[in-house]
Ligand binder design. Structure first.
Ligand code: KG4
Ligand code: ZN
Length: 328
């Protein structure tokens, strides 16, 4: 039985997962205070983690019906992410583990997104995994459950979630923009405007910077009133371009590796259109529930089952890391 904590960005999360990957509790407290700034303010996020985390942990334990004494290990996201935010989770997990002299498992956030697919009922490797979030976009070749998956392609500029968020901002929508832009897109025509899908990029890498610029110019060309009137068409066409860019690389990746199994992960995998399009790409496709695609601690607990635990007190000096060189 593992209690995991995830505080890499603006969601304060705790979860309890059993040895077979059974999800016993998954608590997510979205801070919702960053909207007014149009993005996550790191210092504000850290302070809110400090305030929210004790109650979020208590809630996860209560929902799972267990106490600290029932746990076999603690797990925590070590990085990548906002370092101040990560440190709140790392310090709390260390303290909880040390109090009971339990082992602690440091987990990489990207391994967590992949491992959301290993929660019961598990989708077993080998598979190709499209990992698309606010901070990362990569195509992973997952051969086993561990953290050392191969990276076949990554974004050369913006992440897919960042493209959603920046597009939403250009259209005057709130933050995070992905869900809002997607809701608006339902009412629009995805073929109203032809936005670039970055197909020209060689290999299995992604590029979203040109798409964002194309939307900016289109909004300027249309003028304020017309752009407002056609917001749903702009959103639908923009979403369509992002999803087609992702789908194009996934199809190429499947062909290149010969894999017939596909999994998705990361916040963008909560996107309705991407989920629909992914379903037809391979004979075996697995997409975790939307709340297991966006940041959560259940995926961290899931990953922790496949990482060597640090025994007490080896983790007392454990530090967080901000960037994700490990995966690249
Ligand atoms: O994985 P995640 O929760 O946090 C990071 O690790 O970055 O991903 C957050 C990103 C944001 O950019 C958000 O706009 C995007 O995922 N996102 C979506 C949807 N839900 C979240 N993008 C498109 N459609 C959605 N339904
Ligand atoms: Zn994430």
């Amino acid at each position: 039985m593992i209690l995991a904590i995830e505080t890499s960005c603006d969601d304060t999360c705790a979860a309890v997962v059993g040895a077979e990957g059974e999800l016993l509790a998954n608590v997510i407290s979205s801070q919702g205070i960053h909207d007014r700034y149009g993005g996550v303010v790191p210092e504000v996020a850290s302070r809110h983690h400090l305030e929210l985390l004790p109650a979020v942990v208590d809630d996860a334990l209560a929902r799972a019906g267990v106490g600290l004494g029932d746990l076999d290990a603690l797990a925590v996201t070590q990085g990548p992410g906002l370092v101040g935010a990560l440190l709140v989770g790392v310090a709390s997990a260390k303290a909880l583990a040390a109090a009971r002299e339990l082992p602690l498992v440091p987990v990489d956030h990207l391994h967590g997104h992949v491992a959301a697919n290993f929660l019961a009922p598990s989708f077993e490797p080998p598979f190709l995994c499209l990992l698309a979030s606010g901070g990362h976009t990569l195509l992973a070749e997952v051969r086993d459950h561990g953290p050392d998956f191969g990276v076949l392609g990554t974004t050369l500029d913006d992440a897919a979630g960042e493209a959603f968020d920046k597009g939403a901002r250009l259209l005057g929508l709130g933050f995070p923009g992905g869900p809002e832009l997607s809701r608006l897109a339902v009412e629009g025509d995805p073929h109203a405007f032809a936005f670039p899908t970055g197909r020209g990029v060689a290999g299995l890498d992604f590029s979203f910077a040109g798409l964002k610029t194309a939307l900016l110019y289109k909004v300027r060309d249309l003028g304020e009133d017309e752009a407002r009137a056609r917001r749903a068409d702009l959103a639908a066409s923009y979403e369509h371009a992002i999803v087609e860019a992702l789908v194009d690389r996934v199809a190429r990746g499947l062909e290149q590796t010969g894999l017939d199994r596909l999994a998705l992960g990361g916040g963008v995998a909560a996107n309705r259109l991407l989920r629909e399009r992914a379903a037809g790409l391979a004979p075996h496709v697995h997409v975790p529930a939307p709340e297991l695609c966006t940041d959560n601690a259940a995926m961290i607990a899931s990953a922790a089952r496949f990482v060597d635990p640090l025994p007490y007190p080896a983790y007392v000096g454990l530090d967080a890391y901000a960037t994700g060189e490990r995966a690249l």
